[in-house]
Ligand binder design. Structure first.
Ligand code: ATP
Ligand code: ZN
Length: 222
C-alpha cells in the first residue's frame, strides 16, 4: 500500500519510554487511535492522520526526509542526529514536558574526579558520540570517545572505558553499577518536530489544526 498523501503522517516511538506518553498526548488532542501494541501504523479514526510506529532513532530521519510530516522524539536523539547532518531538515514546534532525562558523564566511584580535566587522555564510552565530542571540544578536553550501541554502563566493568556518558533520570542504574554522575552534557525532554519540506495546502491546514489542539493540551498542563 502506498502512503496516502492526503493525510498527515506522525512518527512515534513504537515501544519504549516515550510510546505511551506520545500516544496519550495525541489522544488528549482528540485523536481516536485504535492500534494494538504490535501494530506498525495506525489510522486516527476521526482525524486525517496516520501514526507510524518506529524506532526513536529513525524519527529525525523520517521527519527530515518528509516521509512523516510530524514526529515526537527526545532532544537527545534529535541533537545527536542534527550534529551529524549538514542541513537541518526539521523544526522544533514544542517541548512536550515528558521524557525528561539528562545525558551525563559518570565516573567510577573509586576514581577521584577533579573537574573535566580529569577526563583528559581517558576513554569514555557512549551512544552519543557527537554530543559528547562537542562537550569535550568546547572545554578543550582531549579524550577518546568509544561508541557503543547500548549497555554502556557495562563499559567500566568490561574495561572498555573507565568513564561513560549516558542518559540518566534517577541515577539508580549508575549507582547499581558503581558509577556516579560528574558532568551534564545535555538536559532533554520529548519534543514535537515537523519537517522543513513544504507541505501542500491541505496538509498544512491539517497540521495547523492538530498543532493548535496540542498547544491547547499543553497549556492545561503548565
Ligand atoms: P528504540 O527501540 O525506539 O530505539 P530505545 O531503547 O532507544 O528505543 P528508550 O529507552 O525507550 O529508547 O528511550 C527513549 C527515550 O526516552 C530516550 O531517547 C530519552 O529521550 C527518553 N528517556 C527518558 N528517561 C530516560 C532514561 N532514564 N533512560 C533512557 N532514556 C530516557
Ligand atoms: Zn533508540
Amino acid at each position: 500500500m502506498l502512503v496516502d498523501r492526503s493525510r498527515l503522517h506522525i512518527a512515534l516511538q513504537r515501544s519504549g519510554r516515550l510510546s505511551d506518553l506520545s500516544r496519550d498526548l495525541l489522544r488528549e488532542s482528540g485523536l481516536r487511535i485504535e492500534a494494538g501494541k504490535n501494530s506498525l501504523s495506525a489510522r486516527a479514526a476521526n482525524f486525517p492522520a496516520d501514526l507510524m510506529f518506529v524506532r526513536d532513532d529513525d524519527i529525525p530521519t523520517f521527519v527530515s526526509d518528509g516521509a512523516c510530516e510530524l514526529g515526537i522524539v527526545g532532544q537527545n536523539v534529535l541533537e545527536e542526529f542534527a550534529l551529524g547532518s549538514n542541513e537541518r531538515g526539521f523544526d522544533v514546534l514544542a517541548e512536550l514536558g515528558f521524557g525528561q532525562c539528562s545525558l551525563r558523564i559518570a565516573a567510577p566511584e573509586r576514581l577521584p574526579y577533579e573537574g573535566v580535566q580529569s577526563l583528559s587522555g581517558q576513554r569514555i564510552a557512549t551512544s552519543y558520540p557527537r554530543l559528547l565530542r562537542r562537550f569535550l571540544d568546547e572545554r578543550k578536553v582531549d579524550a577518546e570517545v568509544v561508541q557503543m550501541k547500548g549497555a554502556v554502563e557495562l563499559a567500566p566493568r568490561l574495561e572498555i572505558a573507565p568513564y561513560i556518558c549516558d542518559l540518566v533520570s534517577t541515577g539508580a542504574t549508575l549507582e547499581a553499577n558503581g558509577l556516579r554522575p560528574v558532568e551534564t552534557v545535555l538536559n532533554s525532554q520529548a519534543v514535537l518536530i515537523r519537517t522543513r519540506k513544504p507541505l501542500d495546502e491541505e496538509r498544512e491546514a491539517i497540521a495547523g489544526q492538530l498543532l493548535s489542539r496540542i498547544d491547547g493540551v499543553l497549556a492545561t498542563k503548565e
